[in-house]
Design a protein around this ligand. Structure first.
Ligand code: PLP
Length: 443
């Protein structure tokens, strides 16, 4: 098919969809077929396709300064401006930001920052990180080790043991609750498990707990009410930092500026951002830490001469210019409030499909959702493999919509934030038809 090793693809069965161009919320293949991009690419194209302002920001910056690095503290105004805007937006204390290129490398950076920090304050044994089952944090050696999905571990000899990644429960009531267990009991049980894990391992060995406020790739899991309150109380008790991976949930996606705010999370110590930071027009990511953590890094870097971490493209001026323009558009057009209203609309429309015989659960918040298909609606019995998800995804594609099969038998929805209510109607219409087709296939 080509010389490409395709990412996250069954290498025996690569698809042959050739996407040629995009406009608004639609993309077009090389045969002229039009598709509603109901996934905003990979949860990232928030402002849709062919946005002239972003294209201008990009080309203007390329003409002015196509590249400059940030090693040795060399800098440029657009990077300074982006850092100032971003740190003023995040719900953190005196945040400082390190720029990278992807969500995965931003999470790697955080692991290194944590080690640097705890070495600096004389606690080198405090390096372990708690991550959840069914989480997704990327695919580099370190970030894939944080990820809690078997497909990202098997055949790669991961998780990498020396990283000291500990695993705790996913806050997934639909798939994780015991028989007759209420949501409150479920939250009590899994947060007690978290506390037990901390005590068994020794809190003095644990640096941080990483969460996606609402998980994306592993099934769009919205934790039950009260979960984060309990988690944060436990972390505070044992002096463990709280790290929000907001690569998907930031910038209006969940109906608020940040997913942390949607979920009632208080001031995370670390935050990872990427994707919608630049509406995916340029690759850029951000690893944010609180001011207190930053202060502790200064002296040790002085001792050895440099803070020895940085990428050729850290703070790439073109990526910074595009990200800055993206954030300006979000604010100027009140896009987070708008996403809240359209998100409610999308969720209520999706809920109407709950009656469909194939649908087990519809989950989501704001403009992110998953529709889980089940073999038995009454018992919630899952399909034995991912066939149904792939069939439904292909049916959507035949009907002119791009979605993604995730976590086996769920379809994910994460449209560009610029989608209109009538385009949401179109999305639901296609989904319903695809579910009907999939039901016939399943019988
Ligand atoms: N963290 C989360 C929550 C993600 O959803 C992703 C990607 O989907 C990543 C990290 C990794 O980002 P990237 O694919 O840019 O490396």
């Amino acid at each position: 098919m080509s010389q490409i090793i395709y990412p996250t693809t069954n290498l025996k069965k690569p698809s042959n969809l050739v996407i040629e161009r995009g406009e608004g919320v639609y993309v077009y293949d090389n045969k002229g077929n039009k598709y509603l991009e109901a996934m905003a690419g990979l949860w990232c194209s928030s402002l849709g396709y062919n946005n002239k302002e972003l294209i201008d920001a990009c080309t203007d910056q390329m003409s002015k300064l196509s590249y400059s690095h940030m090693f040795g503290g060399k800098t440029h105004q657009v990077g300074i401006d982006l850092a100032e805007k971003l740190t003023s937006m995040v719900p953190m204390n005196n945040a400082k930001v390190f720029f990278g290129n992807s969500g995965s490398d931003a999470n790697d950076t955080h692991i290194k920052l944590l080690r640097y920090y705890f070495n600096a304050i004389g606690k080198p044994q405090k390096y372990k990180i708690i991550a959840r089952e069914r989480s997704y944090h990327g695919v580099t050696i370190a970030s894939a080790s944080l990820t809690g999905l078997p497909v990202n571990h098997s055949n790669f000899d991961l998780p990498f043991e020396a990283l000291g990644i500990l695993r705790t429960d996913a806050p997934h009531y639909y798939r994780g609750a015991l028989e007759n267990e209420s949501e409150i009991e479920f939250v009590d049980r899994i947060t007690n498990n978290l506390e037990k894990l901390i005590i068994e391992e020794g809190p003095e060995t644990i640096a941080a707990f990483i969460v996606e406020p609402i998980t994306g790739a592993s099934g769009v899991i919205v934790p039950p009410p009260g979960y984060y309150e309990k988690v944060q109380a436990i972390l505070e008790k044992y002096d463990i930092l709280f790290w929000c991976d907001e690569v998907i949930t930031a910038f209006g996606r969940t109906g608020n500026d940040f997913g942390s705010n949607t979920m009632g999370i208080k001031s995370p110590d670390l935050m990872t951002l990427a994707k919608q930071l630049s509406s995916a027009y340029m690759p850029i990511s951000a690893s944010l830490i609180s001011g207190d953590i930053y202060q502790a890094l200064i002296e040790p870097s002085n001792k050895v001469g440099v803070f020895g971490h940085g990428y050729t493209y850290s703070g790439h001026p073109v990526a910074c210019a595009v990200a800055l323009k993206t954030l300006e558009i979000y604010q100027r057009d009140n896009m987070f409030d708008d996403a809240a209203v359209k998100g409610d609309y999308m969720q209520s429309k999706l809920q109407k499909l709950n009656a469909h015989p194939l649908v087990g659960e519809i989950r989501g918040k704001g403009m992110i959702a998953a529709v889980e298909m089940v073999a038995n609606k009454k018992t919630g019995q899952a399909f034995p493999n991912g066939d149904i998800g792939h069939y439904a995804m292909a049916a959507c594609q035949r009907l002119g919509m791009i979605t993604r099969a995730i976590a086996g038998s769920s379809l994910a929805f994460c449209p560009p934030l610029i989608i209109t209510t009538s385009q949401i109607d179109e999305m639901i219409f296609v989904l319903e038809k695809a579910l009907d087709e999939t039901l016939i296939y399943a019988m």
